[in-house]
Design a protein around this ligand. Structure first.
Ligand SMILES: [Ca+2]
Length: 112
């Protein structure tokens, strides 16, 4: 009887602790998830920045009028081989207009 009483008291003491522990564990999981999400977000931002820089570098000596896109003439000015350059321009000029846009240049640089 005495032992049973002891166990009842012990259980009563432990009960409030259990939800608190569970909550702590949940919070820990949540914070790990948040941390992971934050890391992924930072990684995406880093990749975006890397793409942006790569396009900027690619445009730097080619985009003569600085409009952020390349005409065929601008594109060919940086090409070693004009014939290959023409084919490359056509291959990456997805919408067939007169320019390679930033997203088309990203594709050309292997980012899409
Ligand atoms: Ca241009």
């Amino acid at each position: 009887m005495r032992r049973r009483h002891f166990l009842t008291v012990l259980a009563a003491c432990m009960l409030p602790a259990l939800p608190a522990e569970a909550k702590k564990k949940k919070n820990k999981q949540k914070s790990a998830q948040n941390q992971k999400a934050e890391q992924e977000k930072q990684e995406r931002a880093r990749q975006r920045e890397e793409r942006r820089e790569a396009v900027k570098d690619f445009l730097a000596d080619r985009d003569k009028n600085g409009d952020g896109s390349l005409t065929r003439e601008e594109f060919l000015s940086g090409a070693q081989n004009k014939e290959n350059g023409n084919q490359e321009f056509d291959a990456y000029n997805k919408n067939g207009d007169r320019y390679l846009t930033k997203s088309e240049i990203e594709a050309l640089l292997g980012y899409r």
